[in-house]
Design a protein around this ligand. Structure first.
Ligand SMILES: Nc1ncnc2c1ncn2[C@@H]1O[C@H](COP(=O)(O)OP(=O)(O)OP(=O)(O)O)[C@@H](O)[C@H]1O
Length: 567
């Protein structure tokens, strides 16, 4: 990562921390109350032991009663504190997931050209999930790791200044050790996450290509490669555990040293009794020393919490890096949301001197294309394989933008529209429609979830889905998609057509919709598509002569010229 990117990632973490810190404030306040209660508990316990050891008498009931009440309050405090921290984590993750999803949808399919789908899934699910630790543990710990030990230290200082000094010195060594181990933890955690994403992406790829692997007899080779990736993940996870162990051991050592020093410097209340072993020698320091010793774990607890949560911070930096990469390649040009509320009527689509190339080091796919498609027109995009037909359709979909020139919807530059607004104008049918795991009804309603039964029936009839509905075991409620009932290519294409009918958008983009169909099925599908195209603005790319016959004008990408006109 470049220095500029690192700075951007740091800024991102800071930005996220703002609202999350406010949400974590109740947890921090409750932690302060918990520490004050712990101080009271330590004092009661010291008083009880003092009375038993010094006076060899039964302890009085009042410190025991107070200790019990404080313990109850403290337990309640800890429960509420955990709940407050968890709530802050849930809110923050929901906000982040929403914003990442918005970015992913904003960039559209173009994202899949630069990032593996496994990586995107890992970001949306795993990376945001592990941020729970950042919001629920790291933020409260980082806000209170100085304050809470200071509260304990102040109480000890009041009764036992020498013990407070020892604790302050030992406590000060902990952040130094954490700084050393923290760098290692951040690096180890980042590497572990990268190894996990690599393993997930590999798995996803191989599952998708399972038929190719079996036919190529490559199962042994693939299993070996997967086992290597899994082993790398195991090694990196072990490294994280080692760093975490060392970091926790550093705190334990500081704590033990503090206890030994307090006992060595103030242990004169202990002496060996001639007959009964160790016994207590009454001194005025006894309660104060005991009080300090009892508070040592409390003093170190926030530092331990910070050390344990350090890994969560490292995860957050990794997530920030991934999210930054996502936002970095987003829709820079999409700015104004005007028009979102307006109803969408018929649309005239214009290409005004459009040029496009995929990357600066690649040649232009096409240059200075001009065309106008009015409502009722069907523009057939013509050109040999690789001439740029799908590229032009992607430009019209708004997933990519012209390098120069403009695409206008009713005279409005699409660059000035949000992705969601462009989406309202159009329906798109590609070569293979995506069927999600769910019922046929859910798949159809995907285009318009609020459609009523009447609209759904009309779309089902218009797309001739009713012709194969009786063959499905549960009609519209048959489970289809991944793991569900399989639909043929033609049936799946009908689902896409029905979705387009339901959406009722004025612009229809068709990218080789009959590419994989036999002539009979193609004829039926073309009939439905012709019906769908009526009165709409249509841009069509197809190698099929029957499909192209629907066109009212043709744009030849090899010559950059439009032929034909209104029918
Ligand atoms: N993501 C990409 N990155 C770089 N180049 C690309 C990318 N997608 C397409 N291209 C290139 O752009 C050119 C046009 O591709 P496109 O898919 O638009 O052609 P097409 O006319 O639709 O082809 P076909 O008829 O075979 O589907 C091709 O040279 C292709 O290699």
């Amino acid at each position: 990562m470049s220095a500029v990117d690192k700075k951007l990632v740091r800024n991102w973490v800071r930005q996220q921390s703002g609202p999350a810190k406010r949400a974590a404030l109740p947890a921090v306040l409750l932690a302060c109350v918990g520490t004050i209660l712990a101080i009271g508990q330590a004092w009661c316990l010291a008083a009880i032991i003092d009375r038993v050891a010094r006076d060899r008498a039964a302890p009085s009931l009042s410190p025991i009663g107070i200790f019990a009440v404080l313990s109850l309050f403290r337990a309640g405090c800890m429960i509420v504190q955990e709940q407050a921290a968890a709530r802050a984590g849930i809110r923050a993750r929901a906000r982040l997931r929403r914003s990442v999803l918005d970015s992913v949808i904003g960039i559209g399919p173009a994202l899949l050209r630069r990032q593996h789908s496994g990586e995107i899934a890992a970001l949306l699910v795993d990376r945001i999930e592990v941020l729970d630790g950042y919001f629920a543990r790291w933020l409260p710990a980082s806000m209170s790791w100085v304050l809470l030990p200071c509260l304990s230290l102040a109480a000890i200082f009041w009764f036992n200044p020498r013990a407070a000094l020892i604790l302050a010195v030992c406590g000060a060594l902990v952040p130094v050790a954490q700084a050393v181990f923290g760098i290692g933890a951040a690096l180890a955690s980042r590497n572990q996450f990268l190894a996990m994403v690599r393993l997930q992406s590999r798995f996803l790829d191989r599952i998708r290509g399972i038929a190719t692997i079996v036919l190529a007899n490559a199962d042994g080779r693939e299993a070996e490669a997967l086992s290597r990736a899994a082993d790398e993940l195991r090694r990196r996870t072990m490294k994280i555990l080692r760093v975490a162990f060392l970091s926790s051991a550093a705190i334990d050592i500081a704590m033990v040293v503090a206890i030994i020093l307090i006992v060595l410097t103030q242990g004169h209340f202990l002496h060996r009794h001639e007959t009964s072993g160790i016994s207590v020698h009454a001194t005025p320091d006894f309660t104060a020393t005991l009080f300090a010793l009892l508070l040592v774990p409390e003093f170190f607890a926030p530092l331990r919490g910070l050390a344990l949560a350090y890994q969560d911070r490292a995860h957050a930096a990794g997530a920030a890096e991934a999210m930054h990469a996502l936002e970095h390649g987003g829709d820079e040009g999409i700015v104004d949301g005007a028009g979102m509320a307006e109803a969408i009527g018929p649309v005239t689509v214009e290409g005004d001197a459009i040029s496009y190339r995929w990357r600066e080091d690649l040649p232009f796919v096409f240059e200075a294309l001009d065309f106008t498609v009015a409502p009722g027109d069907i523009l057939v995009v013509d050109g040999a394989s690789g001439a740029g037909k799908s590229t032009l359709i992607e430009l019209l979909l708004g997933f990519i933008h012209p390098v120069s020139g403009r695409i206008l919807f009713n005279g409005r530059d699409t660059r000035a529209m949000r992705g969601r607004e462009i989406a309202r104008y159009l329906a798109w049918i590609g070569q293979r429609p995506v069927l999600f795991a769910g019922t046929l009804r859910e798949n159809l309603l995907f285009a318009r979830p609020d459609a009523d039964d009447e609209a759904l029936d009309a779309a089902v009839r218009a797309a001739a889905i009713d012709s194969f509905l009786p063959l499905l075991p549960k009609g519209l409620d048959t489970e289809i998609g991944e793991g569900g009932f399989g639909l043929s290519g033609g049936q799946a294409q009908r689902v896409a057509i029905a979705r387009a009918f339901l959406k009722d958008a004025p612009l229809l983009l068709l990218d080789e919709p009959t590419a994989h169909l036999d002539p009979d099925t193609e004829r039926d599908i073309i009939e439905s598509l012709a019906c769908l195209a009526e009165g709409r603005t249509v841009v069509l790319s197809s190698h099929s002569p029957a499909m192209r016959a629907l066109g009212t004008q043709t744009l030849s990408l090899s010559h950059g010229a439009v032929t034909g006109g209104h029918p």
